[in-house]
Design a binder for this molecule. Structure first.
Ligand SMILES: Cc1cc2nc3c(=O)[nH]c(=O)nc-3n(C[C@H](O)[C@H](O)[C@H](O)COP(=O)(O)OP(=O)(O)OC[C@H]3O[C@@H](n4cnc5c(N)ncnc54)[C@H](O)[C@@H]3O)c2cc1C
Length: 458
């Protein structure tokens, strides 16, 4: 019997454990993770395989450190981006939590470099953005780099290993709930674990599993917006005037035709586009590495759409669109912006003749207009033209668009300000999987918050 059992070893789960061990060193804590230990994590695509082999447990997304372990770890140091924690607590409380977590990252060896702190350095970008009807969100970023990111996570694993029970390669299957109170869970190895408190932090990878559990146990959820879009790849020189000063720029636009919000997300200067696998569905994402530079920059353009009654399955909606791209291309589809505008598919020959080559070599040249709904497609086109005003070249006919990028954090669990599920006592849902966060820092902050809530009750 544990005091606290944590499902998921991403930043949300790890920071829950770190804070509990600090506040209640004598508590029995379990952290269960369906992926491998950090040093055993492996992604064949990262090791050079051209096409995602759809591993049963995705090494890129699962394992100690969670989804962002292999990224270059950009820690956004503002409540403005990376999640919705401000919906559950005061803005300054989120700021304090972020600063607290940032110090923990530093204690475990994070780099000291922070980009975008001096507003005076980028007033010109802010002004140009305003004139293009784009909102530039100010977000200082601590940039860890790939090696640091992995060593910081390893240091946290080493620290926690002697203080709590960590189980890897075991997947939680069923939540055990009795009398509207969480008791524990069962796993795919036919084990049962019991705890006074359970914190579920399964990430976007486990968001669908979590929704299914909540539907089964009649735990209330609310529809989040569905974020569907493309990953844009262009010559690094096009974005350089912005990325050299801001590293990660968050730009928000309300596309004129439909009025939907389109935003840039996860910008990777000199990075590469990567293939992810969510339960058998191939989607696209981006990385940049400290040790490996490409001539390209990539970022996502995501269109947010919130559904109204009677539709309740935003995750399925995103999955369907991504599946359509998979069906047409065998995985990820890539199209030049010019071909999209000309109403024709891209071909290997047309891509070859371009001034930019795709970093995701396994992407199939095709036609995004056969996949994306008109609403999202038009909003993306309008956003590209707006971005072209502040970074000329974005709307070049050679700009590459990969589909589909979709964020499966769309069903938000109905939780209290303490992040406890409404209807099941002592069950807490945090991080990206609960639809509460969208980035490393707020996921970490959500973990610290629940750890404090739980330890305060005893
Ligand atoms: C390629 C990539 C690059 C990224 N780069 C950045 C970045 O630079 N900056 C940034 O802020 N964000 C980045 N992100 C987003 C960031 O990684 C996530 O926001 C963050 O990891 C969410 O933390 P989490 O703990 O909620 O979930 P996750 O990190 O997804 O961790 C959840 C964990 O739970 C495990 N799990 C799921 N279901 C179960 C189950 N049933 N039983 C047991 N274990 C389970 C999973 O295996 C996983 O390890 C990136 C994401 C990706 C994919």
């Amino acid at each position: 019997m544990y005091n606290v059992a944590i499902v998921g070893g991403g930043p949300a789960g790890i920071f829950t454990a770190l804070e509990i061990t600090k506040l209640k060193p004598d508590w029995k804590v379990l952290l269960i993770e369906k992926g491998a230990r950090i040093e055993k994590r492996k992604c064949l695509i990262r090791e050079g395989l051209k096409k995602c082999p759809s591993c049963k447990t995705c090494g890129l997304l699962c394992g100690w450190g969670g989804a962002g372990a292999f990224s270059d770890g950009k820690l956004t140091l503002t409540p403005e981006v990376g999640g919705h924690l401000v919906d559950y607590m005061q803005y300054n409380e989120v700021e304090d939590l972020i600063s607290y977590c940032d110090n923990i990252y530093l204690d475990h060896g994070a780099t000291r470099t922070v980009f975008g702190t001096n507003r005076a350095d980028f007033v010109d970008i802010e002004k140009a953005a305003t004139l293009a009807e784009l909102k530039l969100v100010h977000s200082p970023v601590r940039h860890l780099g790939t090696e640091k990111s992995l060593s910081v996570l390893k240091s946290m694993q080493d620290y926690l290993e002697s203080r709590i029970d960590i189980i890897n390669n075991e997947q939680v299957e069923e939540l055990i709930i009795k009398d509207d109170t969480i008791k524990g869970f069962t796993t795919n190895k036919n084990n049962e674990y019991f705890a006074d408190y359970v914190v579920v932090a399964p990430g976007r990878e486990g968001a669908d599993w979590l929704s299914q559990q909540f539907i089964k146990h009649k735990i209330e959820m609310v529809n989040n917006a569905v974020d569907v879009g493309v990953r844009v790849e262009l010559p690094a020189a096009v974005m350089e005037p912005i990325t050299s000063r801001l590293y990660e720029s968050k730009l928000i636009y309300h596309a004129p035709t439909f009025g939907d919000e389109v935003r840039t997300f996860c910008m990777n200067p000199n990075g590469e586009v990567v293939n992810e696998n969510y339960n058998g569905i191939s989607t696209v994402n981006g990385h940049s590495y400290a040790d490996k530079k490409t001539p390209n920059t990539n970022f996502a353009l995501l269109v947010s759409k919130k559904f109204t009654e009677p539709f309740h399955e935003p995750i399925k909606y995103g999955q369907h669109i991504a599946s359509l791209a998979n069906m047409l291309s065998g995985g990820i589809l890539v199209q030049r912006f010019g071909d999209l505008l000309d109403g024709r598919r891209s071909t290997p020959q047309r891509i070859k003749e371009s001034i930019i080559q795709p970093t995701l070599e396994c992407a199939t040249p095709g036609d995004l207009s056969l996949v994306l709904p008109y609403r999202q497609l038009l909003s993306i086109i309008e956003m590209l033209y707006a971005l072209d005003k502040i970074a000329p070249g974005v709307a070049s006919r050679y700009t590459l668009l990969y589909g589909i990028e979709v964020k499966f954090y769309s069903a938000r669990v109905l939780i209290s300000n303490e992040l406890e599920t409404k209807g099941v006592k002592n069950l807490f849902a945090i991080g990206d999987g609960a639809g509460v966060t969208r980035g490393l820092m707020q996921a970490s902050a959500s973990g610290v918050h629940v750890a404090r809530v739980i330890t305060n009750r005893n």
